[in-house]
Design a protein around this ligand. Structure first.
Ligand SMILES: Cc1ncc(COP(=O)(O)O)c(C=O)c1O
Length: 289
């Protein structure tokens, strides 16, 4: 049984070298700890191959640019580092977490140009993100926090600071016995869950929020491609809260969540229908190809 995340056997890649798991530490006066100057990736390795690995590495560098810093490693170097981590830990099926941040340095104010940018990559075995929801459908709360406008925060980056409201929303959801929370955006449109995108089905067609104020997930884009291949119409659009009542099926997509059916959001119920099951199974096959 694996212990706490800072107390495990294994190796972590840190700034170009493999270090023992328990030695992968940073100083208290790390800029990112105080000001959220940190971006990360969540990836899954299946049968020895990370699904869409390069796209994740590219997005990591892009997220850093959104936060005004440059990761001092190329995509190729990040790719090689991920492979090194998997090999060093003997994993063929694992979750991979890459994280880049402004470290400790000359600056301890808000500005941090003089502090080094750091990169680390860890991997661990991680099963279903929503436990048994994969079969029976997850129960979602409705978050009181709203996804911010792209003029308020870098909505399209996978940036640590955007997860502050996600953690609070998820805690509130779990206190009510839910697995997660669905969030609206700053305009009141349906946005996504705390760490996954959302899809709905009605009359054989699929509706999913326009990703103009949240992360346009790689899994989301993959699933839209799968729906296009099946010639199922996908409407990427703004979705009003009152529309939830009319949707028949719902699922979440994300690297960690994969394709997870949703059975309930607040007082609205959804069936785990044929299309949801088909897409979930087809995604499982695709990532293992
Ligand atoms: C807030 C948020 N939205 C969406 C996603 C889904 O993104 P992806 O499919 O690229 O993993 C994630 C997970 O990475 C996330 O954290």
């Amino acid at each position: 049984m694996a212990g706490a995340y800072d107390d495990r056997d294994g190796k972590i890649w840190m700034d170009g070298a493999m270090v023992d798991w328990r030695d992968a530490n940073v100083h208290l006066l790390t800029h990112a700890m105080h000001y959220a100057s940190s971006v990360f990736e969540g990836e899954r390795c299946y049968n020895g191959k990370i699904f869409e690995s390069r796209r994740h590495s590219e997005r990591l560098r892009y997220s850093a640019e959104c936060l005004d810093f440059e990761i001092p490693y190329t995509v190729d170097e990040i790719e090689a580092a991920k492979q090194q981590v998997l090999a060093a830990n003997g994993f063929t099926d694992a979750y991979v977490r890459a994280i880049a941040w402004r470290g400790a340095g000359e600056d301890m104010g808000v500005a941090a140009k003089r502090n080094p940018v750091r990169l680390a990559i860890a991997a661990w075995e991680w099963g279903n993100y929503y436990g048994d929801a994969k079969m029976k459908g997850a129960r979602l709360d409705i978050a009181k926090w709203k996804r911010p406008s792209p003029e308020t925060a870098p909505s399209h980056a996978k940036a640590a600071g955007l997860y502050m409201i996600a953690t609070m929303s998820k805690h509130a959801a779990e206190a009510k016995g839910c697995s997660d929370a669905m969030m609206f955006d700053y305009r009141g449109y349906v946005a996504e869950a705390t760490g996954a995108n959302i899809f709905f089905v009605k009359d054989g067609e699929v509706h999913t929020p326009d990703p103009d104020a949240f992360l346009n997930g790689i899994t989301r884009q993959t699933v839209i491609g799968m729906l296009n291949d099946r010639q199922i119409k996908v409407h990427e659009r703004h979705i009003m809260p009152e529309e939830l009542e009319g949707f028949e099926q719902c699922w979440l997509t994300g690297t960690a969540a994969e394709v997870t059916p949703v059975g309930q959001i607040g007082d609205y119920n959804f069936e785990v229908g044929a299309l949801t099951r088909d897409i979930a199974q087809a995604y499982e096959r695709l990532v293992r190809q």
